[in-house]
Design a protein around this ligand. Structure first.
Ligand code: ADP
Length: 453
């Protein structure tokens, strides 16, 4: 069926993996044809098989394919796509890419290049957040250029401190110093890691919070001045600063705290003049929220917000990018029930080593409240070239207890063989007493759970 009122003629999805599939499904649901792109390693990927068209944009190496701006723009021009969805990762937070897309009279499905640029530089992002009234983690006033300044700042802030890359992402380029003695080593290794990973050795300092939780707020704005928040997500279960298991809502916020941080986040978004979907990330400790960053794109964990609000965030994102008005107001957004996402990676549950290879058996769970966003199928070969996320298990329940029990049940049903996956880890996680009681912080997985299993 075709949608004659469709907002875009054709959307090119400049990504791979689960997000490419997610955007493809949303576009289809809106009646918009899709163009996928793929490297030669992804010939058999689902996002290629299910798209209306797919263009090969290069060899397996991401720098020559999924990050190849020229190839992506050419693919859009050749296929007549009038919009590009950048997905998550790759070029999704690259302001230059957004600018180039717009310069070709193609709509970049995301915020303005200026907002991407500001939020992509965490020093600038903190300043912008401060200007719109968000509380910051105590830290250096901007960039710290040398060790002497770092020592001064650390003395002022108080140890422990964390040295973070201004261009950081994916949990990389961060080093903790518990004492002045540790600072020199941490400072130089954070800088060289930042330079190697992001081509930019700009770093800054923050107070290292000892036992915070990671709570983030989903915000959404149209081009007509309307802004809403879609509640929070709790993402404290992390390994190496990377999220593994997320829940919506957070198990520990009161309705008053939830309202406070939601309203603060949407007010800040409005003051920023932001457009589209965004996530404001906070650390939360002792009843206080501290801004850490704003992600100017869709998040991997967005489905749990979809389950609880009943909204399709990707469809809404596409509509807003085409100039539509938000068709709901804050008070119309109903938060109902509880949702959990387990990230299923192709990796060993104990060693965390990647486990690429062919899948002989794929049996996803089913039944009420279970959603699988998977990129794999029987006979699919998990490639060693890209990140290891192969499936997301998203579970809904009318309350948290129902949701936890249902997640346990779904994990028991889930079979992916013979490669190693994190299903085994999640099975243990979800019935752990601290997860059941919601009593965990960002340190919990590494310092408690993994030490004792
Ligand atoms: P990235 O962009 O690399 O994901 P973030 O700034 O979002 O970096 O931080 C990622 C994670 O690192 C957080 O969820 C938290 O676990 C940890 N972290 C970051 N800043 C601090 C801090 N000041 N104190 C303690 N932990 C922190």
């Amino acid at each position: 069926m075709r949608n004659d009122n469709r907002m875009f003629k054709k959307i090119l999805i400049a990504n791979r993996g689960d997000v490419a599939l997610r955007v493809l499904r949303a576009s289809r649901d809106l009646g918009i044809p899709t163009v996928s792109v793929h490297s030669t390693a992804d010939n058999d990927a689902m996002h290629v098989k299910l798209a209306d068209e797919s263009v090969c944009i290069g060899p397996p190496k991401s720098s020559e394919s999924y990050l190849n701006v020229q190839a992506l723009i050419s693919a859009a021009l050749v296929t007549g796509a009038d919009a590009i969805h950048p997905g998550v990762g790759f070029l999704s937070e690259n302001a230059d890419f957004a600018e180039i897309v717009n310069a070709h009279a193609i709509t970049f499905i995301g915020p303005s290049p200026e907002h991407i640029r500001t939020m992509g530089d965490k020093v600038a992002a903190k300043q912008a957040a401060k200007n719109v009234g968000l509380p910051l983690v105590p830290g250096s006033n901007g960039e710290v250029k040398n060790l002497t300044d770092a020592e001064k700042e650390a003395d002022r802030i108080g140890y422990p401190v964390i040295i973070k890359a201004a261009s950081g992402g994916g949990g990389r380029g961060m080093k903790v110093a518990a004492t002045k003695k540790e600072l020199s080593e941490a400072f130089s290794s954070a800088r060289s890691e930042a330079k190697a990973a992001f081509g930019d050795d700009k770093v800054y300092l923050e107070k290292y919070l000892t036992n915070p939780r990671h709570i983030e707020v989903q915000v959404f704005a149209d081009a007509h001045g309307n802004v809403v928040h879609l509640g929070e997500r709790e993402c404290s279960i992390q390994r190496r600063h990377q999220k593994l298991f997320e829940e919506c809502p957070s198990p520990i916020l009161s309705s008053e705290q939830r309202k406070r941080i939601g309203e603060l986040s949407s007010q800040a978004t409005k003051k920023l003049g932001y457009l589209g979907l965004g996530t404001i990330e906070y650390l939360y400790e002792n009843d206080e929220f501290f801004f850490i960053e704003m992600n100017t794109r869709l998040q991997v964990e967005h489905p749990i917000t979809e389950m609880v609000t009943g909204l399709d965030l990707v469809c809404e994102q596409i509509k807003i990018a085409s100039g539509a008005k938000l068709n709901f107001e804050q008070q119309e957004i109903l938060f109902k029930g509880h949702a959990i996402e387990c990230r299923i990676n192709a990796e060993n549950s104990s060693t965390f080593l990647p486990s690429p290879g062919k899948i002989d058996t794929f049996h996803p769970p089913g039944g009420p409240g279970v959603r699988i966003d998977a990129i794999v199928y029987q006979g699919y070969k998990v490639s060693p070239f890209y990140d290891s996320l192969i499936s997301k298990l998203i579970v809904y329940g009318k309350d948290r207890e129902t949701c936890l029990l249902r997640t346990q049940r779904a994990l028991e049903e889930f079979i992916i063989e013979p490669i190693d996956t994190s299903i085994e880890l999640h099975k243990k996680l979800v019935c752990h007493k601290d997860v059941m009681s919601g009593n965990y912080s960002i340190k919990w997985l590494e310092e408690t759970f993994l030490q004792n299993t």
